[in-house]
Design a protein around this ligand. Sequence first.
Ligand SMILES: *Cc1c(COP(=O)(O)O)cnc(C)c1O
Length: 386
Amino acid sequence: MQDISSLKRNAWMEVNLAAIRHNVRTIKSLMAPTCKLMAIVKADAYGHGAGVCARAMASAGAQQFGVATVQEALELRQSGIAQPIVLLSEPPVETIDLLLENDIMPGVTSSEFVLAYGECAIAHDMVGKYHLALDTGMTRIGIPAEDAVEFRRLVDFHRGIVCAGTYTHFATADTIGDWDFRRQVQRFTDAIRALHEAKLYPGIVHCDNTAATMLYPDIQFDMCRVGIALYGIHPAESTVELAELEPAMSIRARITRVANPRIGDGVSYGMTYRVNTPYMQIATIPIGYADGLSRSLSGEMDVLVHGRRARQVGRICMDQCMFAYPLRSMTSSTMAPELAVGDVVTIMGSDKDEYISADEIGQLRHTIAYEVLCNFSARLERVYVS
Ligand SMILES: *Cc1c(COP(=O)(O)O)cnc(C)c1O
């Protein structure tokens, strides 16, 4: 594992594996003991690095893994993950050989795919396991829930396939008491019951994302698919009081330059910011929008340095940005210590008593913490701490 001294850049992502293990155990404590935890590690574990994180999650009790692409599934196998892996949607038919060779279960949404999968399995003298996706109202993927029995009757003749799971996904699980959520649960429950009545075994039944797992412990079926909470972030305001989660990702950089400009001097492209007070230092850090620090944050976000907030100023560049550090505050005549090249700056995470969350950055960008986390994986090297 990488430590800070071996980094090739003065900007990096820190991933706290102890926090991830804590979050896995916390979520499991909210689940029925017989209910399995599928850790969702798509998009390189929401930007945290899938291989290392999946191993930490497995050690803390995650039983299965969910990913979005075949490439992501292969990376998990290459990093030694032996647990069941489910692709959350149907991949191209061309990938079927890879799925069978690497024991990756596809999410299935068409009879054409699952029959091609079965043919290929027979050619390899295997049986291909799959999970059937049902659309219960989100209108994203899956066959209409009402057609589950008909679908299974159509494909079950094939001896090269077996249904290892049946699932759906909720659109509004984070809104307490939502009518659409209850309707999705009803359609899913009806479909599962119909399968049982037709003696068509549904396999492992699963529907809950983080929000549903936390807010509706009474509808957990056989497995919960939890993503965001394992990285220490709440999916919505509504879950905050239900568990103590520990954010795993921090983003840090070292100052590469400190300037003492004159009043009126401009900063960065377009000079949208001009120094307007005496004793203002402008420091440069080598992290920019190509690292996931969106340009739309320019002039809006804070960073932490020496345990204090400082405002990022001027446009965020592709590889660098600047922040302003007043040596003398409005309220006090004492001078703050000057900044120095090499000082550590926190873009996300904690520094002494101050904290900048993924939610704070997401709000400034008019997006959600999920996207903020994923974006930071673009180019930053990761340092894992355990
Ligand atoms: C991403 C995803 C999840 C996990 O959602 P979180 O809100 O991060 O828990 C679960 N199921 C499916 C199908 C998903 O695409």
